[in-house]
Design a protein around this ligand. Structure first.
Ligand code: ADE
Ligand code: ZN
Length: 336
């Protein structure tokens, strides 16, 4: 089964590119750019990656992102993730980036997007990997700041498929960003938002009813309402669930407590993703393997999860069919 999981072609729909910054690259860039980081060596970094909740992670994640300065740095960051895609058989990926984390340090929007985009172009020509870019607004900042960021993004509209909402969830509900999502919708962006990662179901309702999201990031708290579960099932809103992340950030006490199998069995449109893999002990395959080993996912469950990701992605129907066919080829190879 583990071999089967590794061989399956996959799509990833919830991956923060800054969350794929491995300690080795963090050190190299810190040295090159003369940026101070609070660690002596890679072991020291790994020891610091012990989180009690989302905020305890975000503090460390934003500190790490400070080493990213030039277009080349964003290229190298993205390229390292692409090499992980190759290893994990990820053939399509939709990447989040947090422009405000960088523009607030004086890095231009163009520097960031060019580095990411050039790596993704090379990923396509070298490995045939397809991709999209989604920019996320930081919800701990103001809506005015998000509106300013949306304006900065407009000259690069062709390179950005959608907008999202991330960072500190508690105390920063989707309703705070209604205007900026309305504007993004008018501009033709796809809409996603982190909702119901730590916060209660009112955040999920707001993301659906006020932001009009096409896809929900995390959403695991939905299980607390039968009515919401029924609605998500009927509307087949995709949920980008990130199991390793939920365990590392103590959303669930341990893997056996994770509710992904219950959500899937209820009939929700569930996908598996790695969120911030450099911080959460593993890339996409490791998330699937952990689920398989702890929650007794069947082969049928795994195939469903993988197909859901392609079907929930922002690619053409034609490409979806092509990718699903690739999945079915591997399923046929591993029949029995
Ligand atoms: N930014 C990066 N990872 C995140 C997560 N899991 N939740 C909210 N914001 C994030
Ligand atoms: Zn996330």
């Amino acid at each position: 089964m583990i071999e089967f999981i590794k061989k399956l072609p996959k799509a990833e729909l919830h991956l923060h590119i800054e969350g794929s910054l491995e300690p080795e690259l963090m050190f190299r860039l810190a040295q090159k750019n003369d940026i101070e980081i609070p660690y002596k060596n890679v072991d020291d970094v790994k020891k610091a990656y012990e989180f009690s909740n989302l905020q305890s992670f975000l503090d460390i994640y934003y500190a790490g992102a400070k080493v990213l300065i030039t277009t080349e740095d964003f290229y190298d960051l993205t390229w390292d993730y692409i090499l992980k895609c190759v290893k994990n058989n990820i053939i399509h990926t939709e990447i989040f980036f947090d422009p405000q984390t960088h523009t607030s340090r004086g890095i231009s929007f163009e520097t960031i997007i060019r580095g990411i985009k050039e790596a993704l172009i090379d990923a396509n020509s070298k490995f045939g990997i397809t991709s999209q870019i989604i920019m996320c607004f930081l919800r701990h900042l103001s809506q005015d700041d998000a509106l300013k960021t949306l304006d900065e993004a407009l000259p690069f509209k062709d390179d950005i498929i959608g907008v999202g909402l991330d960072s500190s969830e508690l105390g920063n509900p989707p309703s705070k960003f209604e205007d900026v999502f309305k504007k993004a919708e008018k501009e033709g962006f796809k809409l996603v938002a982190h909702a119901g990662e730590e916060a209660d179901i009112s955040y999920i309702y707001e993301a659906l009813d006020l932001l009009h999201i096409h896809r929900m990031d995390h959403g695991v708290q939905s299980i607390k309402s039968d009515e919401l579960m029924q609605r998500l099932k009927e509307e087949q809103i995709p949920l980008t669930v990130c199991p390793n992340s939920n365990i590392e950030l103590k959303v669930f006490e341990n893997y056996k407590e994770h509710n992904i199998k219950k959500l899937l069995d209820f009939g929700l449109n569930i996908t598996v993703n790695s969120d911030d893999p450099a911080y959460f002990k593993g890339y996409l395959n490791q998330n699937f393997i952990n689920l398989y080993e702890n929650l007794e996912l069947s082969k049928k469950d795994i195939i469903k999860l993988v197909k859901n990701s392609f079907n929930s992605s922002f690619i053409s129907d034609e490409l979806k069919h092509e990718y699903i066919k690739k999945v079915e080829e591997v399923v046929r190879l591993y029949k029995g």
